[in-house]
Design a protein around this ligand. Structure first.
Ligand SMILES: Cc1cc2nc3c(=O)[nH]c(=O)nc-3n(C[C@H](O)[C@H](O)[C@H](O)COP(=O)(O)O)c2cc1C
Length: 177
């Protein structure tokens, strides 16, 4: 059994990106399970409190390290990733020498109401993940624009083309495990 940890960069209740992470359960192949990280309760990263590493950050690091692969679904905020996601990544990259993302296969996707479809934010996230020595999937790229047309009222992904595209991404991700 292979385990994927899904991390949504949005705390919004009806988030399209959280909707993407929830859709993964139906899109992974047999023998692959999906777990969800909770990043909303992490304190703001502060190097002064690293010596008393917060429990929430330890839980996140343990989840990442126990997973075979990671899937990020990130919104684009002001042409970058949301602060809440960067905060979670900063915690998981610490303490120095114990970066939890090292060598981890990572698939990045993102949904936006706009036409640029999180391309800029994903580029930033890829840059961060490459620095942290993750094995980032290059292709396929998963830019999900005009998200309002691809999810239903309950925030569930309904667009079949998008589902097929994500399935291909997941296959590449699992091949890196
Ligand atoms: C602070 C803020 C900045 C945003 N900046 C961008 C942006 O740079 N590019 C973009 O495509 N959408 C931008 N948006 C719109 C988001 O794509 C939209 O709110 C999306 O639904 C957020 O993802 P979520 O549904 O997962 O919460 C921004 C939204 C907020 C709240």
């Amino acid at each position: 059994m292979k385990k994927i940890l899904a991390i949504s960069g949005s705390l919004r209740e009806k988030s399209f990106n959280t909707g993407l992470t929830k859709a993964l359960h139906a899109l992974v192949s047999e023998g692959v399970t999906v777990e969800h990280a909770v990043i909303s309760s992490l304190p703001f990263f502060n190097q002064d409190i690293e010596s008393a590493f917060p429990e929430e950050a330890t839980v996140l690091k343990n989840q990442i390290e126990a997973a075979d692969a990671i899937v990020f679904a990130t919104p684009e905020y002001n042409r970058s990733i949301p602060g809440v996601l960067k905060n979670a990544i900063d915690w998981a990259s610490r303490p120095w020498g114990k970066n939890s993302f090292a060598k981890k296969p990572v698939l990045i996707m993102g949904a936006s109401v706009g036409p640029i479809a999180t391309a800029v934010a994903q580029q930033e996230l890829k840059k961060i993940m490459l620095y942290l020595d993750a094995k980032v999937v290059g292709q396929p790229e998963l830019y999900i624009g005009t998200a309002g047309d691809k999810f239903n009222e309950a925030g569930e992904l309904t667009d079949e083309n998008t589902k097929e595209h994500i399935k291909k991404g997941l296959e590449v991700l699992v091949s890196l495990v």
